[in-house]
Ligand binder design. Sequence first.
Ligand SMILES: [Zn+2]
Ligand SMILES: [Zn+2]
Length: 64
Amino acid sequence: MCYRELQCIEYSCGHKEPFTESKVDCNSSRCRYSAQHVRGCLACSSTCSQMSVGQCSIQFEELN
Ligand SMILES: [Zn+2]
Ligand SMILES: [Zn+2]
């Protein structure tokens, strides 16, 4: 299933804030958001995976 990968900044106070995201493609024809998905797919919401939102998977620390 495709997902959105978030990159976050973690501040010294512990506060985290997403600053960019990118889509990761699973290359499955049974996934609605994949480039391999069939155009005009019928009953897509019941047969195909839908997008999931990722957690902050990559973190950067702000150094001041
Ligand atoms: Zn996918
Ligand atoms: Zn579909």
